[in-house]
Ligand binder design. Structure first.
Ligand code: PLP
Length: 356
């Protein structure tokens, strides 16, 4: 099938895949208690979270869970999109709360200077934004923005779905109250699980609410069942949970978060340097480049189409197009999860041959 270099799902190592092939257990058993207890303990430590849960469902369900538990209908929620996934986040917020949306052009990144006037003017109670805008390969400076939002008394909700664990992050030092990532991204497990983390303030907020507009995603149920016996309120995707546990083992073996950050930062710098060396412009504004996916702009739509299809048919690499402004002319190479540098280099060699 070749090498998958798309920004999620990413390739799953054999040992992670095979961890699913066990005799089934019930989620009302000591074995499941051990498994879920271990996952939650590791997520809390990795995220710097007060509480953590695995929601069976994709990343978007995890994000929606955070939003519906933390934002009431009347709450003003400032959303700062700069690409497709930020737009989706704003759409989700609109379902549950009073969204105030300030958008940056595709490819541009949010920093404090740009976000501050909107935070000041919004009168919002909550800030919701994306750490790594996958569609454009843009990394927003959430650390400084969240720090400022917290100084204004806001609650901060971050979609870190495609950022973690390849981008520096800790909920406490990044001033993040609620966080989500997806199993098919940097942790490199199969798709189907959303990993969420909550800080103290967020945990206190949902626990006090009496009008949470969901049953399945009501975090009070998740908390109650976890406190009772480290289990989930409904039947979880048990096989995927085994894979996730193995994926955490692999992450630990590869040096934990510092190891992941180093590998992803090096890959990002390397891929960008080689593409720039071939004369490509990046989709991301300088200084806001993603650590997990690099977008580049081809000279026209024809060139983008030809690179993408020849990479697949002649060289065995699957990459994907960019979105939005660069939908026709942009391409993206992911360096996310347990990728190999030699594969990235072979893909870049192939691109260089195609464009010659
Ligand atoms: C930043 C970001 N947010 C949200 C999503 C949606 O995640 P899922 O498809 O797992 O629901 C993605 C998926 O690519 C993403 O990259």
């Amino acid at each position: 099938m070749g090498v998958l270099l798309a920004p999620g799902p990413v390739p799953v190592l054999k040992e992670i895949s095979e961890a699913q092939c066990k005799e089934m257990i019930t989620h009302r058993s000591g074995d499941f208690t051990k498994l879920y207890g271990d996952l939650v303990t590791r997520m809390k430590a990795y995220f710097g979270a007060e509480e953590a849960y695995v929601i069976t469902g994709s990343g978007a369900l995890g994000l929606e869970t955070l939003i519906l538990n933390l934002c009431g209908k009347e709450d003003r929620v400032l959303c700062l999109p700069n690409g497709e996934f930020g737009d989706h986040q704003a759409t989700t917020v609109k379902v549950y709360a009073n969204a105030i949306v300030q958008r940056l052009e595709d490819g541009k990144g949010w920093n404090l200077e740009r976000a501050k006037p909107h935070i000041d003017a919004s009168g919002a109670k909550v800030l919701a934004m994306v750490y790594n805008e996958t569609s454009m390969g843009v990394r927003n400076d959430i650390k400084e923005i969240c720090k400022y939002a917290k100084s204004k008394g806001m609650l901060t909700i971050i979609d870190g779905i495609s950022a973690w664990p390849g981008t520096e992050f800790n909920m406490q030092s990044y001033h993040v109250d609620a966080f989500v990532t997806g199993s098919q991204k940097g942790i490199a497990a199969p798709p189907g699980m959303a990993l969420i983390g909550l800080g103290k303030e967020a945990a206190e907020r949902y626990a006090k609410r009496t009008d949470i507009p969901s049953y399945y995603c009501d975090l009070r149920r998740h908390k109650k069942r976890y406190e009772q016996d480290q289990q989930t309120p409904n039947t979880p995707a048990i096989t995927l949970f085994w894979a996730l546990q193995k994926a955490f083992d692999v992450l630990d073996q590869k040096g934990g978060l510092p190891g992941a950050v180093k590998r992803h930062h090096e890959a990002s710098a390397h891929v960008r340097k080689r593409l720039e060396g071939m004369g490509f412009q990046m989709t991301a504004e300088k200084g806001f480049e993603s650590m997990t996916v690099t977008g580049f702009v081809c000279k026209d739509a024809g060139q983008a189409k030809s690179i993408k299809s020849r990479l697949g048919s002649e060289f065995g690499f699957k990459i994907v197009g960019a979105r939005g402004k660069y939908k026709d002319t942009g391409l993206r190479i992911a360096h996310m999860g347990n990728f190999e540098m030699k594969d990235l280099d072979a893909c870049l060699d192939a691109i260089s041959k195609i464009v010659k």
